[in-house]
Design a protein around this ligand. Structure first.
Ligand code: ATP
Ligand code: PAF
Ligand code: BAL
Length: 288
């Protein structure tokens, strides 16, 4: 497994892959890897001749007071997870190389970022799209892999790729969970055992919401309220948002309809956790 620490090294490696006529899959991450990341890597390995993973904790997507300085990092553990999977290269750029003195360009995707995480984390998606476009231009992959846990991020990146004619296919992959339902997340490392138990409320609330929708609930406001009430029970939780929205535009719904996303962001202790559930078809009210 090649360890590429500079942008010129990464570009040269990628050029060789392309010149040899091989396809290149890319998995961008912020490290502290878990089975969610590894599912993206495995899919890239299955689809592409070569796979590169980047690990870069991107300061531009963290707001003031967020956890940039404490974000979990463990390069040795990450390396031990990636090597046995047959990853060909890991790109580990430095902050100074990615954002040298004088850097002043930002990529903005407009409407899609006005909801959910974009609304509660101002500047977050500009940080994400700016770094992802930079990474795409440096790595020059054929295909890039992202998780549905960050569904809004996935759709924002798809929009950017479409709008800017970026020559990368974007693949979204399902949320990987622990056996008890908790969505894998690097920030789960912040949770103590009691908080981890409380964090299960996210996936449980989403599962109950799915059941309510499948049983015919159409009132989005009532469903939001029911979910919010579940979290009111826990002193250690603070809701960032509860959304019942269109899964592609992220506009809030009044009446639940096909392609609905129920999405949550909740602080458990200092960990801000997100999770979601997509329901493509809701039951018909009238005979259909
Ligand atoms: N549970 C998961 N299932 C599938 N993909 C995931 C999962 N968790 C993260 N990913 C994906 O891995 C990629 C890198 O994400 P990132 O490094 O931010 O990890 P994370 O666990 O989401 O971190 P955080 O705890 O900060 O939210 C993203 O495309 C993200 O959607
Ligand atoms: C896509 C990404 C690697 C950009 O920093 C990050 O937002 C993430 O890990 O989801
Ligand atoms: N997976 C999203 C990265 C972040 O929360 O900054």
């Amino acid at each position: 497994m090649e360890i590429l620490r500079s942008i010129p090294e990464m570009k040269a490696w990628s050029r060789q892959v392309r010149q040899a006529g091989r396809t290149l899959g890319f998995v961008p991450t912020m490290g502290a890897l878990h089975d969610g990341h590894l599912s993206l890597v495995k899919r890239s390995r299955a689809d592409c001749d070569r796979t590169v993973v980047s690990i870069f904790v991107n300061p531009k997507q963290f707001g003031p007071g967020e956890d940039l300085d404490t974000y979990p990092a463990n390069w040795d553990a990450d390396r031990n997870l990636l090597e046995p999977l047959g990853v060909d290269a890991v790109f580990l750029p430095t902050r100074g190389d990615m954002y040298p003195h004088g850097f002043q360009t930002t990529v903005t995707v407009e409407d899609l970022t006005g909801h959910l995480c974009g609304e509660s984390r101002p500047g977050f998606f500009e940080g994400v799209t700016t770094v992802v476009l930079k990474l795409f231009l440096i790595v020059q992959p054929d295909t890039a892999y992202f998780g549905e846990k960050d569904r809004q991020q996935l759709q924002v990146i798809r929009r950017m790729v479409e709008d800017l004619n970026v020559n990368v296919s974007v693949v979204g992959l399902p949320i990987v969970r622990d056996a008890d339902g908790l969505a894998k997340s690097s920030r789960n490392q912040y949770l103590n055992p009691a908080q981890r138990e409380i964090a299960l409320s996210l996936s449980r609330a989403l599962e109950q919401a799915r059941q309510r929708i499948e049983a015919g609930e159409t009132d989005a406001a009532r469903l939001r309220r029911e979910i919010e009430e579940k979290f009111a029970l826990h002193a250690e939780t603070r809701i960032d948002y509860v959304s019942v929205c269109n899964a592609d535009t992220f506009e809030e719904l009044d009446v639940i309809q096909d392609n609905v996303l129920v999405a949550l962001a909740v602080f458990v202790g200092k960990a801000r956790l997100i999770d979601n559930c997509l329901i493509e078809r809701v039951p018909c009210k009238e005979p259909c």
